[in-house]
Each structure stands twice: as structure tokens, then as C-alpha cells.
Design a protein around this ligand. Sequence first.
Ligand code: HEC
Length: 407
Amino acid sequence: MESEIAGWFSIVFRFVHVLAAIMWIGNSLLFTWMELNLLPPKTQGDDPKDNENLLGYLDMLHGGGVFHLEKKVLRPDSIPVPLHWFMWQSYTTWISGVLLLISVYYTHGGSALLDASKSALTGSSAIALSVGGLIFGWLVYDLIWRSKLKEQRAIAIPLSLVLILTAAWFYNQCFNGRAVFLQIGAMMATLMTANVFIHIIQNQKKFMVALKAGLPHDLKYGKQAKLRSMHNHYMTFPVLFLMLSGHFPQLTSAVQSIPILAVLIVSLMAIKFWMNSRYQFKHWLKALFATFIAAVGLIALLLNLPGQSAPGLSSAAAEGSKLFLNQGCAACHQTGSALLAPQLAGIFDSLQTLADGRQVKADEAYLRESISLSQAKIVKGYPAAMPAYTHLSDEQLDQLIAYLKTL
Ligand code: HEC
């Protein structure tokens, strides 16, 4: 019953989370795009008075008409009503994300975070490390970007990236690969929401209070908010990738998963940068493709470095271990966690209890059937969630079975 309720929660939270994130990230991308494409005010209108408070303007074709957008400095005597604020998309994304983190990773004593082959950490310590990282990550990041370093971007940006990767390396000492990627995604997403909550909205509130008291619009506050908005903007692509990485066990379970994570974060930020330079830099598309190809090449190289499969495996078992990652088996059958699917360690020749109460021996025939006709026998305590791998050849099935025997 408990796991059924957790299952329902994870459906609801996941859907709300995805919806809110689409709305928030959609906003972030569109607003930054508008900001970057504003035309200088002097080119518009005839009456200079009209342009006094104008910072820029833009025309956009959509929905059968033209949206004429102006960005301007507000005057205390003409504060528009209604004036729309944007923050709930961000807060809803974060709150539903935390609930999802709890229902997927923090239930069952935190076992979904662990990897017994890496460390003997207990589930509750893993949860404490995960929560601690969300808070500590924000404190360190905020300290850097409040300090004088923020004026020296050539130091502050690489330093922030190195700290993110150090965190990834740290979590990789004790968490399983999927949990490491998710933890880093959750940490970056927490920075994004805290940026909205603590900097963007607070600074906007400050100048709105001043305006209402009849003081002029102080652009200093807007500048602070804009810097943090830009950070959020550049974090969107990496965070989206990390949040989806549970579907990419080839990457999360790779021996070189942390260098792969580094390539992913940096290249996705670079790709966003090239997209943003579209109207200023003629070769932006070439640069974008070059970045993409370099990133894919580097990741392929990292995946194929010598020593990527466990030592001592026969060649069939080594091929099977690759199939296990590439066919997505590892996304459900995770090392150290029996949450989504049964643990396969020691399965060969063991006794299995099925949903109908029967007991069967997990011999080769059983394993073969479990993979290719997965719905034929369902293991007790699990939903019939495993896809039937009917497309695998006999040789591939043999390789998978050879690998399962080594576990
Ligand atoms: C979508 C999640 C998912 C994926 C992907 C998946 N499995 Fe499963 N697997 C399950 C679940 C859930 C069960 C238990 C229910 C059942 O028996 O069908 C299971 C059961 C099994 C069993 C029987 C385990 C036992 O304890 O008797 C084997 C063997 C197995 N899977 C191997 C594989 C292999 C090999 C792959 C990749 C080719 C794979 N699975 C991919 C979810 C998955």
C-alpha cells in the first residue's frame, strides 16, 4: 500500500513538475531572447519625448498579429496596472521537484541513492548528504556571486563550474550514477529558484517600493536581477539534460561519468551561448554545430576508453554488460536498489517467487524468457513494467545471460 501511494504521488508530482518547468523555462528562454533582441530606442518614433523612458523595443509576429514590445524605465506617476510578475512557475517547479525527489529517492530509506559497490554509506546519511548539498551549494554559489569576484567573470564562471564538478566527483564516491546526475541537476535547479526568490524578485520589489514612494526607477536593482536571470538562462539546458538523464544509463553508469558530465554541462551552455549570438555573430550556426560535434566526439571517446568494462569478464559477458547499459536495462535494474526492478545480483540459479506464488529456478531458460518475453512470468512485488525485448538476437540474449551470470 505504501509503495502504491508513493507511486501515485510520483505520477502527480512528475506531471506537475514537467508542466511547471516547461512554463518557467519557456519564460526564461523567451524573455532572454527578447532582452537580447531589443532594438535601441533612437530608431523608433518621431517624438523624442516618447522615447525618454524607453530602453529598447521589439516587434514580434505571433497569433495573427504583431506584438509591439517596449522595455522602459518606469515613472513613479505611471506604474501600469495590472503589472505582471513571473515567479510561480519557478516556485512550483522547485516545490514539485523536491516532492518528487522525496517520493523517488528519499523514500525506502534512501536506498535509491546508494551504490553498494562504491561505499557502505547508509541510506539516511545519503539523504542527509543530498539535502546538505542543495543548501551548501546555494551558500557557496551565492557567496561567490555576491563578492567582488562577480566583476571578474573570467574567474567567477570557471570557478563556479569547477565547484559543480567537484560536487559531482564527491557524490560519485558514494551515490549511484543516476543519483549523481540527478543530485547535480537538483542542486543547479535549486540555485535557479533561489536566484528568483532571493535576488530577482527581491530586487524587483525594492525598486517597486521606491517607485511607489515617488522615487525614480533605480536601474541598479534591475542589474542585479538581470545577472542572476542570465545565470538561470545558461543553466536551463544542462539542468534539463540532467533531469532526463535517468533515461540515459549509458552515460550515468559509465566509468568516466564525471568527465562526461563536465562535457555535457559546458557544451550545453556553449550551445545556448551560440544561439544567443545569432544576430551578432555571422558564424553562430557553424560554431553551434562544431560545439555539438566536438561534445559528441568527446563523449564517444570517453565511453570507449580502454578499461570501460569490468575486468575479468569473458568477451560474451563484456558484450552483455554493454548491452545491459545500451538497451536501458540499467535504468530500471539499478545497482544497489531494488526499487524499480528486482536486483539481478546473484540471480543465476537462484529461486524466484512469482506474482502467482509459484517458485521457479532462474536458470538460463528462465532468464531468456524474462528478457525476451518479459510478461510471461512476473516477479512477486513488481508491476509488469518491463518491456519485452523481442528485437534482441539469440546471440545478444546469450551475451546478456553470460553477463547476468557474472553478477
Ligand atoms: C522499464 C523498466 C525495466 C527495464 C528497462 C528492464 N527491466 Fe527487467 N524487470 C523489470 C521489472 C519491473 C521486473 C519484475 C517484473 C517482471 O518479472 O516482469 C523485471 C524483471 C527482470 C528479470 C527477472 C528478475 C527476477 O528476479 O526473476 C530479469 C532477468 C530482467 N528483468 C532482466 C532485464 C534485462 C536484461 C533488461 C534489458 C535488456 C531489462 N530487464 C530491462 C523492469 C525493467
